[in-house]
Each structure stands twice: as C-alpha cells, then as structure tokens.
Design a protein around this ligand. Structure first.
Ligand code: ARG
Length: 459
C-alpha cells in the first residue's frame, strides 16, 4: 500500500511508478532505516506519544526485520513498494497491524532518508578508513623490503635521479595518510542528525532531539530543519574524499604499469595478479592496475553528478535528491573495492633489483652529482650546471656514461676535476647525499618507515 493514497482517486500509472520508485537501489539503506526507526519509536515513547506496550511491539517487530535484512539484504526487493521507508512500514503493518501505523507520527520520509543516508555514510566512511590502513600497511611492508633497492626516478618521464624503491612506496603512504585524514574530517562533519526535522519545518513531537541524535550515535542534532532535510554536503564530502583517494590509486597504478612494462622492467607482478592476451602468447598484462586507473573516472563522474543535481535546488526537500543514492553507492563501493585490490596486489609486486639498479645508473642520472662536485671545488652552481651539460653531450657522443670518461676527457671541461670525481659518480654516493628529512637516502627511508609505522599503530 502506498504511504500517501488518501488524496488520490486513481492509482499511479505503472510507467510513472517505475520511474518514481527507488526501492531497487535504496533497499541498501534498510539496516539504517530500521535503526533510525528504533530510535524514533523510543523517542515517541519518551515523549508520551506511544505507550510502553506499543513501543515494545514496535521494537520487537523492528528488531525482527533488522535481523531478517541483515541475513538477507535483498529481501525488500521481493516487494513492489515505492521505497525502503514504505517497505519498512508495510512490513510492520503486516507484523503488528494498527500500532505500526503510529510509527510515522511527527516524522517525514524527508528527515528519515537524510538520517538513513548519514548513518550509511558514517558506516562506509569507517570501512574506507580501515581499507586505507590495510593498503598503507602493505605499502609499508614493500618500503621496508625495498628500502635500499635503487630505482630510476623520473621527472617529465625522463630519467632524473636514482631513488630507493622504498622511498617511492612511502610517497604513496603519504597520499593515503592524507586520504585517511580527509575521511576523518568528512566523518566529523557528517556526524549530525536530521531526524526530528519533520518534512521541512520541524517536528510536532515534543521530543529531545539531542538525546535522539545521541541514541543513533551522532554527536549533534542538526540546528535547522530546512537544512536538515535538504543538506547533502556530507555525501559530497565523501565523494570528494573518494575522488581524491581514487586519483592517488590511479597514480600508483600508472607508476606500477610503467615500472612493469618491457621498456622499464624494474618491477614484476606475480602471475596471480596478471592476465594474458587471447592472441599474443608472450603477453603478461597489468589489467588489475589498469582497472584501478580506469575506475577512477566513474568516481569523479559521480561526484560531479551529485554536485550538479544539488546546484540551484530550492529549499527544502525536492525529489531530485533521490538521485543522490545510486552514484554515491557505486562510487563508495568502487573506492572500497579498489583500496582492497591495491592492498591485495602490493605484496604480489617485486622489484627486479639488479636490473632496476642498473637502470637507475643510466640516462646520466648522476649528472647532478657532477655539478655538485664542481660546486664543491668552488665553481658557482650555474657554471657547474653548464660545464656538466657539455660533459653529458660529449659522453653521449662517445656512447659512454659519465663515470667512464677518462680524467683527460673530464679536464677538457674543467681543470678542477680530479680523480676524486669517480666515487662521487657512484649511485650509492648520490643517494646517500640525500639524507636530509624527506630525502631518498636509505637512512632517511628507514626513519620515514619508522615514522609512518608509528602513525599507523596510533591510527
Ligand atoms: N525515496 C525518497 C528519496 O530517496 C525518500 C524521500 C521521499 N520524500 C518525499 N517527499 N517524496 O529521496
């Protein structure tokens, strides 16, 4: 039975009902709708609007429904109700009859759906934080394992300077740590309860809204009923966090795809997470990481869609807001799944250490070291940069790396160059020089791992 038949003399057209109904996706809110209804029933009893006996009947029926949907989440889909709120009410009526019809006293689907969605978002936000922490843990294990493994580092995708593979992984740890903090911030802002806002103007029930908010695990009750029913900023905050988080996953995915490519060959994926080609027998493809990168697009899209839906809506509730759910559900599910896949995939990656080290020495990636060496001999950096550039061109023409130039070849460029230049051009020398906070020296990487794991244990 529809919740609003009284003023109508004709039933909805099937075409309209199909377009209007939201049960096919909002059934996912069932546990939260039942939780909100349990708290509402209690608040009505405390306000003297339900007898203890009526409350007890409602409570029992709601608990039974909650157990049923926890066991079978798709249970509501067996009916033809308009939305999850209608489903709960019709199930209650089936179970306990007339008393069930009292539950909606003083409340509206408008404050109810806003409450359900916040409860849902809070729960998912917690899962996303946990999933980020699991991914961080595995990135830290990778950083620990490869803290002293050299890797070519790039800018503009041109070989730039050698880095430690552990340092590379720790960059992503930083990003995911920020994602955790963004989610925690979003969690704080969403911790406000709209229940008791009524349809838009507030509830007629004489109840303690702060106590009701706390009974549902919220910190505060919302302070304006119009805003309470029409605010979806909390969903946008979460979509923003998801978009930024996915952007990070997309970037790590891109790096892994590159380092696993034939052109680089510095990383290897286990067979367990790689796929083949139906035609080319030699192929070992990074589909997992391409999907992490590819799924980022739909999460961005959902964020943009909701922001656009809300733009220009007049106060208070409008049915446009029903459009908040499908994209949000998909975005959060996608982000969660991608975080779980990243955590799963990182232990399946390895660094081809000897090859990566050799690659890291190529491409004149020790040129900065030569320039710094000249500076240490009293040459101003700009001149040292110029001299080194000339030496690089010469070495390229000879088809040799810098460290294979002879001393007479070096002194063509500067008389200040002596035998002591050779140790400076070694890979280990260069990375060890970068031992200040945040640098790639193995000693700094070790400190950073310790710092990040202390953070992880406190998180
Ligand atoms: N299914 C609706 C939604 O998700 C519930 C609120 C309906 N309220 C209303 N006044 N029609 O937004």
């Amino acid at each position: 039975m529809s919740l609003w038949g009284g003023r109508f003399s004709e039933p909805s057209a099937a075409e309209f009902k199909q377009f209007n109904d939201s049960l096919r996706f909002d059934y996912k809110l069932a546990p939260y709708d039942l939780q909100a209804s349990l708290a509402w029933a209690q608040a009505l009893m405390l306000a003297g609007l339900l007898t203890a006996d009526e409350h007890q009947q409602l409570q029992q029926a709601l608990e039974e429904l909650r157990a049923a949907v926890l066991e079978q989440p798709e249970l509501p889909l067996q009916t033809n109700e308009e939305d999850i709120h209608s489903w709960v009410e019709s199930q209650l009526i089936e179970k306990i009859g007339a008393t069930a019809k009292k539950l909606h006293t003083g409340r509206s689907r408008n404050d109810l759906v806003a409450t359900d969605l916040r409860l849902f978002c809070k729960a998912v936000c917690g899962e996303l934080i946990t999933a980020n922490l699991a991914a961080i843990k595995n990135l830290l294990a990778f950083a620990e394992r490869y803290q002293a493994a050299a890797l070519p580092g790039y800018t503009h995708l041109q070989r730039a300077q050698p880095i430690m593979a552990g340092h590379w992984a720790l960059a992503y740890v930083q990003m995911l740590q920020r994602d955790v903090s963004r989610l925690k911030e979003a969690m704080k802002r969403m911790d406000v309860c709209p229940l008791g806002s009524g349809a838009l103007a507030g509830t007629t029930a004489p109840l303690d809204r702060q106590a009701l908010a706390e009974a549902l695990g919220f910190r505060h009750a919302c302070e304006n009923s119009l805003d309470g029913v029409s605010d979806r900023d909390f969903a946008l905050d979460l979509l923003h966090s998801a978009s930024t988080g996915m952007m990070h996953l997309s970037r790590i995915a891109e790096d892994v795809i590159f380092y696993c490519s034939g052109e680089s060959g510095c990383f290897a994926m286990s067979d367990r997470i790689s796929s083949g080609s139906s035609l080319m027998p030699q192929k070992k493809n990074p589909d997992l990481f391409e999907l992490l990168r590819g799924k980022t697009g739909r999460v961005f899209g959902h964020q943009h869609a909701l922001q656009t839906t809300l733009k220009g809506l007049p106060l208070a509730y409008n049915k446009d807001m029903q459009e908040d759910k499908e994209g949000l559900f998909d975005a959060l599910q996608t982000y969660l799944q991608c975080l779980q896949m990243l955590a799963f995939a990182v232990p399946e990656l390895s660094v081809n250490e000897a090859h990566a080290r050799q690659q890291a020495t190529m491409g004149y990636s020790n040129a900065t070291e030569l320039a710094d060496y000249l500076v240490s001999k009293g040459i101003p950096f700009r001149d040292a940069h110029h001299i080194t550039g000339e030496a690089v061109v010469y070495a390229q023409q000879q088809g040799k790396p810098l460290e294979e130039l002879t001393l007479p070849e070096f002194t063509q460029f500067s008389a200040k160059i002596g035998d002591d230049v050779y140790p400076v051009l070694e890979l280990d020398y260069g990375v060890q020089q970068r031992s200040a906070l945040g640098g790639t020296a193995p000693s700094s990487v070790r400190t950073a791992i310790k710092h990040a794991s202390d953070w992880w244990h406190a998180a």
